[in-house]
Design a protein around this ligand. Structure first.
Ligand SMILES: *Cc1c(COP(=O)(O)O)cnc(C)c1O
Length: 363
């Protein structure tokens, strides 16, 4: 009998979320970000589903792009971290990968190689995040050398990345955009080069940042970058439903505790359901007492510490919970954002943390 701890992925939801990105930014090209195994949803399945709708995909790593190409994905794939060697550049040319260039080293390697006109070069300006990206002087130099060496400004995309876009009122968003335009207009007077800035949060909440190319990621999976506080959140459809089952029930008395290190003690006679999922499956170890879950359609709360293979829930107030009952850990009813909040993390980490032990099914 197959294990009932599964992640069910709704591919129609992912399509609908991509359509939402397009609708919110109708004048931009929207490149589907499917790094980290499509945020835990299975990059090949997600790529196959979106391929007819998208101009291109983006992944973080060269290796992720290779795996998708080897599996038959044919649309261009942007590598957000770019490449490390000339061999990887040659492989990228042969395989229709696009490169994001964030360091002078990467730019220098490219200038030496003949680049086909189909290959887009994404030149990343650091506008304040100070993680990856060229400073303004390096950026201007890189624009010049690439433009001169390749004589085709259409293939250069000037880009940057927000670091506070999920905080919609944060004034740094506008400051970053202003810093970007200041440098970009100085190198791009004829407006021949294309531009890109917005991630999901900016697509959903900052229309001024919708440039030639947007890069939606988390929103494709139906997760709000805003902690469910933005009016556009209601249009997102959660794509992952992470479920398990009750495999044991215990009746305990007032004053007795549950799980490792006595992290929860009953203040009344209680019924405890034991559920076949733990941190080795990707349920967050840091989920606190009171994290919501749904057992056979009834709300219940996590109690006790999360174990490697098991969690426990207080079902005293539920009706007739039985061994074998289905438990929604997150999905349509219990949002991954809520579980993340109770675990001092973000939805991104929970989705990408689903482990290999959890089988995926697709609808
Ligand atoms: C991951 C990533 C994105 C997508 O971000 P979301 O917040 O998931 O929409 C866009 N651009 C870059 C450079 C990224 O690394």
């Amino acid at each position: 009998m197959p294990r009932k701890t599964i992640a069910k992925i709704n591919l129609e939801a992912i399509k609908s979320n991509y359509q939402l990105a397009k609708k919110l930014a109708p004048n931009s090209n929207n490149i589907a970000v499917i790094k980290a195994n499509a945020y835990g949803h299975g990059s090949l399945k997600v790529a196959e589903t979106l391929e007819p709708m998208v101009p291109a995909f983006a992944v973080a790593l060269f290796e992720e792009a290779v795996a998708l190409r080897d599996s038959g994905i044919s649309k261009p794939i942007l590598i957000l971290q770019g490449v490390r060697t000339s061999e990887e550049i040659k492989y990228s040319i042969a395989n229709d990968f696009w490169l994001m260039l964030h360091s002078p080293l990467q730019v220098d390697k490219l200038v030496e190689i003949e680049i086909p006109s189909s290959m887009k070069l994404w030149l990343k300006l650091d506008t304040g995040m100070h993680r990856l990206g060229l400073d303004s002087q390096q950026f201007i130099t890189a624009c010049r050398s690439l433009n001169v060496s390749h004589q085709n400004s259409q293939q250069i995309i000037l880009c940057s990345h927000f670091y506070c876009a999920s905080e919609i009122k944060n004034s740094f968003n506008q400051k970053q955009l202003n810093a970007f335009w200041k440098i970009v207009s100085s190198v791009n007077k004829d407006k021949l080069m294309k531009t890109s800035f917005a991630n999901s949060a900016a697509i959903m909440g900052f229309p001024d940042s919708h440039l030639d190319w947007n890069r939606p990621g988390i929103m494709l999976y139906g997760v709000s970058p805003f902690d469910k506080s933005h009016p556009n959140d209601k249009y997102l459809q959660p794509a992952m439903s992470f479920t398990s089952e009750v495999i044991d029930l215990h009746h305990i008395k007032t004053g007795e505790s549950v799980g490792y290190s006595q992290q929860w003690t009953a203040n009344r006679n209680s019924t405890i359901a034991t559920i076949a999922v733990g941190y080795a499956d990707g349920y967050p170890f840091h989920a606190k007492n009171g994290t919501p879950l749904l057992i056979s359609g009834q709300s219940a709360n996590l109690v006790g510490r999360v174990s490697m293979d098991l969690i426990t829930a207080d079902v005293t107030d539920c009706n007739n919970v039985q061994i074998g009952d289905m438990v929604e850990l997150w999905g349509d009813n219990v949002s991954v954002e809520i579980v993340a909040k109770h675990s001092d993390t973000i939805g991104y980490e929970l989705l990408t943390g689903i482990s290999k032990r959890v089988s995926k099914t697709y609808i």
